[in-house]
Write a protein that binds this ligand. Structure first.
Ligand SMILES: O=C(O)CCC(=O)C(=O)O
Length: 292
């Protein structure tokens, strides 16, 4: 669904002002989307997965490991597709207010796309270079939104998500370098003049949702604090927005309608989208290409 049609629907969780701010800025923090009960369930599921990772000694596609990971010192970068590995993550993606928030910015009919659980371990969690998400998983329109949930409080020193206000509006950057390599990274020299003034640090207490429009330029710094930054990221789209390349993070739930009803017509945005490499031959995640 296109933005002008989404805005015809009154939001149910967000205020109208928040809904409009999301489309203006390309990002939004909403506190309290995961309440204490959900946080308790999600943290327990996360701990189970961290326990399982102790037996893993090399990246296996599911557990993406940081240097120094071992049975006595688990250090994960990412749990890929948490919804595929623990039922609580799918319960949250489908049943929680996270999907209601997605409906407020995608239109009433919402489809699940994929999920990841990104960690930033204390004192060392990596940085993410500036990038735009949608060229990694193009859809027929730009309704896809990432709803990230902080599972612990996240302050500026923990490497919160950062976004460049309004950067979803101009034509998009290439996610390839000058030699034609997929890098999922925008060099700072290529950003619009004055971009630093528009950086928003998307901090928030545990349970906050960070909404990231699929075109907005975003990234994050390393975690220089002594506290962990776990963040659950679920990607949703309007039901009528159709992905047209292989999903880099497939799951049995891809395409499931989590709010409203399935579409009969596809939505098309006239702006095209750069294509990623062919993920059917494998997906290695952003770290292989980025500098952090
Ligand atoms: O976890 C982070 O800090 C950044 C995540 C992100 O930008 C992404 O997954 O696209």
């Amino acid at each position: 669904m296109l933005e002008e049609d989404v805005l015809k629907h009154s939001p149910t969780v967000l205020t109208k002002a928040q809904q409009e701010q999301f489309f203006e800025d390309g990002c939004l923090v909403v506190e309290g989307v995961a309440d204490d009960r959900w946080l308790h369930r999600l943290r327990a599921a996360m701990q189970e997965m961290v326990q399982r990772s102790r037996e893993v000694s090399a990246d296996d596609g599911t557990f993406v490991l940081e240097d120094g990971h071992g049975p006595d010192n688990p250090r994960l970068r990412r749990l890929t597709s948490p919804v595929s590995h623990h039922p609580e993550f799918w319960a949250f993606a489908k049943e929680s207010p996270s999907a209601d928030v997605a409906a407020d910015v995608c239109g009433p009919d919402v489809k699940f796309f994929h999920s990841k659980l990104n960690f930033k371990w204390p004192s060392g969690g990596h940085r993410f270079d500036w990038h735009q998400d949608i060229p990694a998983w193009p859809h027929t329109d730009y309704s896809p939104v990432t709803v990230g949930i902080y599972l612990e409080d996240c302050g500026v020193e923990q490497g919160p998500l950062l976004a460049i206000r309004g950067s979803h509006k101009p034509p998009m950057h290439s996610m390839y370098d000058r030699d034609g390599n997929w890098v999922l990274r925008i060099p700072e020299d290529d950003l619009a003049p004055g971009w630093r003034d528009d950086v928003i640090s998307l901090t928030g207490p545990a349970g906050s949702a960070v909404l990231i429009n699929c075109r907005v330029i975003h990234g994050s710094e390393a975690n220089v604090s002594g506290r962990m930054r776990p963040m659950l990221l679920n990607v949703y789209s309007s039901a009528d927005s159709m992905p047209y390349v292989v999903n880099p993070i497939p799951s049995p739930y891809q395409g499931e309608i989590v709010r409203g009803k399935p579409a009969r017509w596809a939505s098309h945005d006239p702006r095209g989208c750069e294509l990623p490499p062919d993920w059917s031959t494998g997906y290695s995640g952003p770290w292989k290409h980025q500098t952090g």
